[in-house]
Design a protein around this ligand. Structure first.
Ligand SMILES: [Zn+2]
Length: 363
């Protein structure tokens, strides 16, 4: 087993313990926020924040994990590695850091992408006082995306509808229809919600707190599920017209992909974390963030795991052979529990973290 493998955990609870141990050992100031829900074993759910450097630093690094709960296995492992390998000590003078463990602790504990209200947190950071973004293709395909019948026959019929759509409109259009986000069906997939969720409020409060002193904030939001196995894609999290977009291009060059520009494995999504931070930070605060997205399985397998998990929590029975099989399926779709994958993940995280800190320091 490589050293990197020891950073990763098998459960939310184990991950939280490792994170807190590593944070205290690295000399962090730690504060925690309890989510009102509970885990599958009745356990408490917390988001933990480890703070380093000056309280009033002008430059702040923010690392986020488990925006999508089931991706917390990945994000937690990277954060524990970051804390355990002296990275807090490498921060340039005058730069602080906040490492936030489990922004969506419910989804992490229950091995779901979504939160306690079936909300996809990375679609939730929109202005809920305005009409929500429309997703007409999802409306057209919703009964095929989330069929009531998840038997082999029901799935085959549903998949035929999706394949026909992809055949007519293209694979990218099909991916967008399913994953871009939707705001009308709370029992559906990639649901953005109709109000700011608990996790959204936590990140919003944190952004306001940071913005009291920080003038430049660099963000790494850790994700898994898209792209080739073990490869960490640097997705530029900004709209092309935002100042942060140019910063990320400066720091990472052509390596940073853009979903708006069509170079990313991700569809264009509305309401992600970095956009949410931009919404609440005053203009004097520059935010430059990336989604570091690690590949796991082929796209269709990942999307099918999300569909299956949604079916299970809406219609199925967790405590059943099928329920256990689906939980194993979704876990594997976001967390290949393999040493080679973890080593690739960690090497890339080291690289991206160092480059982002360097860019932030020089900006
Ligand atoms: Zn994600």
């Amino acid at each position: 087993m490589s050293a990197a493998s020891t950073y990763f955990s098998s459960t939310y609870k184990e991950a939280r313990g490792k994170f807190r141990d590593a944070a205290f050992a690295a000399g962090a100031r730690v504060n925690s926020h309890q989510n009102p829900a509970r885990g599958p074993g009745g356990e408490e759910l917390w988001s933990d924040l480890a703070w380093f450097g000056p309280e009033k630093a002008e430059r702040m690094l923010l690392i986020l994990s488990a925006t999508h709960g089931a991706e917390g296995f990945l994000g937690s492992g990277v954060e524990v590695g970051w804390l355990s390998n002296g990275f807090p000590r490498e921060l340039p003078a005058g730069m602080g850091a906040v490492v936030l463990h489990a922004l969506n602790p419910f989804g992490f504990a229950w091995v779901r992408r979504t939160n306690e209200s079936n909300i996809d947190l990375n679609r939730n950071f929109v202005d809920h006082g305005k009409p929500h973004p429309a997703n007409e293709p999802y409306e057209t395909l919703k009964d095929a995306i989330c069929p009531r019948d998840w038997s082999p026959t029901g799935r085959a019929e549903a998949d035929a509808v999706l394949q026909a759509y992809g055949g007519t409109h293209g694979a990218a259009a099909l991916q967008s229809a399913i994953t871009a986000g939707q705001y009308r069906h709370k029992d559906g997939v990639f649901y953005g919600g109709t109000a700011a969720s608990w996790s959204n409020q936590l990140l919003t409060q944190l952004t306001r707190r940071l913005a009291q002193h920080a003038r430049k904030i660099g963000v790494i939001d850790l994700h898994s599920g898209l792209g080739p196995y073990g490869v960490g894609e640097i997705i530029n999290g900004h709209r092309i017209e935002r100042p942060g977009f140019r910063k990320i291009v400066d720091w990472f060059g052509g390596e940073a992909t853009s979903n708006e520009g069509g170079t990313s494995s991700s569809a264009v999504v509305e309401g992600d974390t970095v956009t949410g931070m931009e919404m609440v930070a005053p203009p004097v605060v520059e935010i430059a963030g990336v989604t570091l997205e690690y590949g796991t399985l082929p796209l269709k397998d990942m999307v099918d795991a999300v569909r299956a998990d949604n079916w299970l929590h809406v219609h199925g029975k967790l405590d059943s052979p099928q329920g256990r099989a689906i939980k194993s399926q979704i876990r594997g779709a976001f967390y290949p529990d393999k040493d080679d994958w973890k080593a690739m993940v960690w090497d890339r995280a080291v690289d991206v973290s160092r480059r982002l800190v360097k860019g932030l320091a020089g900006s």
